[in-house]
Design a protein around this ligand. Structure first.
Ligand code: C5P
Length: 225
């Protein structure tokens, strides 16, 4: 009898997009259905882990047995992650976090009247914190996995991201390919680590999530007993 791969492990996962408010009715955001992050949360739960799923606004039901924390902006996702990540064994950053937010949030709806003479308007953006890099920089850090959605030079950009952000593994995702990524129900990914390159052929996000969780568990040494 073998215990489930992640029994006794605490896993924190981010999923979905973030929304960066411009005014009370408008925001900047990214494409992200949250499906991959939710599938990973479910797979980690099935592998016996205690799972915290920190998600931006998505139209998905929470997987059974997973604790869900809803957030909106990158800043609120950052704060939720740092409240939850202490003592965790595995952190998976699957969220499509907005890299920038409007420098100011207007207290009232921006009126187009104000800029009628102008064909353009300018919005100043400021950088959001990099959540996954901040977790990878913790003194007592969990095993850290990031995602890299790229439209070209997938593996080299993804590996560059892994090194720059101090990730243990990066999951490279070709979002230019049709039928995978973004809102799709299927995905095909390649996982890169210091001495690892493993491809997973196109399958449903739940199948891919199961394979990924197995690989993460193996790479973090959780499978060794
Ligand atoms: O730099 P890029 O956004 O492409 O990196 C993707 C990876 O970094 C994903 O794992 C994403 O969840 C994470 N990320 C983050 N905080 C940010 C930006 C990206 O955690 N502000």
């Amino acid at each position: 009898f073998a215990p489930p791969l992640l029994a006794g492990k605490r896993v924190v996962i981010t999923a979905g997009p973030t929304r960066e408010a411009l005014d009370p009715v408008r925001y900047l955001s990214n494409h992200s259905s949250g499906k991959m992050g939710f599938a990973l949360a479910e797979a980690a739960r099935l592998a016996g882990a205690e799972v915290v799923l920190i998600t931006g606004p998505v139209a998905l039901e929470s997987p059974k047995g997973v604790r869900r924390v809803d957030v909106t902006s990158a800043q609120s996702m950052y704060e939720a992650v740092h409240r939850e990540v202490a003592g965790s064994d595995l952190f998976i950053a699957c969220a499509a976090v907005a890299d920038y937010r409007p420098a100011e949030v207007q207290p009232h709806k921006i009126k187009k009247d104000a800029s009628l003479e102008q064909d353009s308007m300018q919005i100043t953006l400021v950088r959001n914190p990099d959540i996954v890099a901040s977790v990878a920089a913790l003194a007592d850090k969990p095993f850290v996995v990031g995602f890299a959605a790229e439209t070209r030079d997938l593996l080299s950009y993804a590996d560059d991201k892994r090194r720059r952000k101090g990730l243990d593994l990066v999951v490279a995702n070709d979002v230019a390919a049709t039928g995978i990524g973004f809102n799709s129900d299927e995905n095909a990914v390649t996982v890169l680590g210091e001495n690892l390159e493993q491809a997973f052929t196109q399958a449903s996000k739940s199948i891919v999530a199961g394979s990924l969780i197995e690989l993460f568990a193996q790479q973090m040494g959780a499978g060794e007993r």
